[in-house]
Design a protein around this ligand. Structure first.
Ligand code: ZN
Ligand code: FE
Ligand code: FE
Length: 199
């Protein structure tokens, strides 16, 4: 590991030259199975989000169980039902693309759900934990919004009109879930303030 006390200073010029050179370190050599066209990349990404949605179906009930505010728990359970539908919709998309529905581990969703778990461990049940659950859930929704937004665009470019429509339905539900969480967050703050008044 380099430290600030390194005696030999690299020249600024050579550093710049290295960073912009086409043979610069950091360029990734593709695997032999690497996607060659947009269709391949699209299918790969479908597998990734398919894994993510299935992981969410398992994770959302635990989130809901740890919520204190009733309307927040209801929102999460409602979105669980939508999420189950997202899994089914993806299976329809795979079939329309003439592909088998295969899940490929999504490292991003895995990480987001692990973060969600640690938020539960790091908070006492109540308004603070609820705020933490909203935080974790919104990170998840934003990941999904980014993914489906791209997938809708890819499907459009590939001329897959029906597939694009189906993915857009999910995209809209993810955006709606995110908006409901934002609303809950503000409502929660008000609720807490009201309780503090009564004490
Ligand atoms: Zn979803
Ligand atoms: Fe992913
Ligand atoms: Fe979602």
């Amino acid at each position: 590991m380099k430290t600030a006390t390194t005696t030999k200073k690299p020249s600024a010029k050579s550093t710049v030259a290295k960073a912009t050179s086409p043979t610069a370190k950091g360029k990734v050599k593709p695997k032999r199975t690497a996607a060659e066209g947009l269709r391949d990349l699209f299918i790969d990404e479908l597998k990734d989000i398919y894994w993510a949605e299935k992981a969410l179906v398992k994770a959302l009930p635990k989130m809901a169980k740890n919520v204190t505010t009733p309307h927040l728990a209801t929102s999460i359970v409602n979105h669980l039902h939508e999420t189950e539908n997202h899994v089914t919709r993806l299976e329809e998309v795979f079939s329309l693309m003439g592909e088998k529905a295969v899940a490929k581990k999504c490292d991003a969703m895995d990480g987001l759900l692990k973060e969600g778990e640690s938020i539960l461990e790091d908070t006492e049940p109540g308004a603070v934990r609820d705020a933490g659950i909203i935080l974790a859930a919104q990170k998840v929704e934003h990941y999904e919004i980014a993914t489906y937004g791209t997938l809708v665009a890819f499907a459009g470019t590939l001329g897959e009109v029906r597939v694009a429509e189906l993915l857009k339905e999910t995209l809209d539900e993810e955006k709606n879930a995110d908006a409901i969480l934002t609303y809950s967050a503000y409502h929660n703050i008000n609720f807490e303030a009201e309780l503090a008044d009564e004490e």
